[in-house]
Design a protein around this ligand. Structure first.
Ligand SMILES: [Cu+2]
Length: 111
């Protein structure tokens, strides 16, 4: 009985030790990129970086992605999209997201 218990214990320890490696495998598998998803939102420009081609927006909820309202930085697909944008302007924009990485494909000032 004691021997059986120690075998069970060793097996349990072995399985536990294997879990992190398994989890890493799962992580690797999920880096196979999911298809980019299009979404639309409105927001207020909080920061602009024309050189980096990024815009930080305090955006409202994004229904397509079930995102809550938040402030985050988006990359612009084309640097020229930055034209006409300024801090404090209200904008309507279209973007693609892969996880939390979002790229704006179209943006226009609405207020
Ligand atoms: Cu966001």
């Amino acid at each position: 009985m004691t021997k059986l218990l120690s075998i069970l214990f060793a097996t349990a320890v072995g399985l536990t030790a294997m879990l992190p490696a398994h989890a890493t495998d799962m992580g690797m598998a999920s880096t196979a990129k999911p298809a980019a998803q299009m979404a639309h939102a409105e927001g207020v420009i909080k920061a602009l970086d024309a050189k980096a081609g990024t815009v930080t927006l305090a955006h409202g909820p994004v229904q397509e992605l079930k995102w809550p309202a938040m402030t985050m930085t988006f990359k612009l697909t084309k640097p020229e999209l930055v034209k006409g944008l300024a801090i404090g302007k209200k904008v309507q924009f279209e973007f693609q997201s892969q996880g939390m990485a979002a790229v704006i494909t179209a943006i226009k000032v609405i207020g």
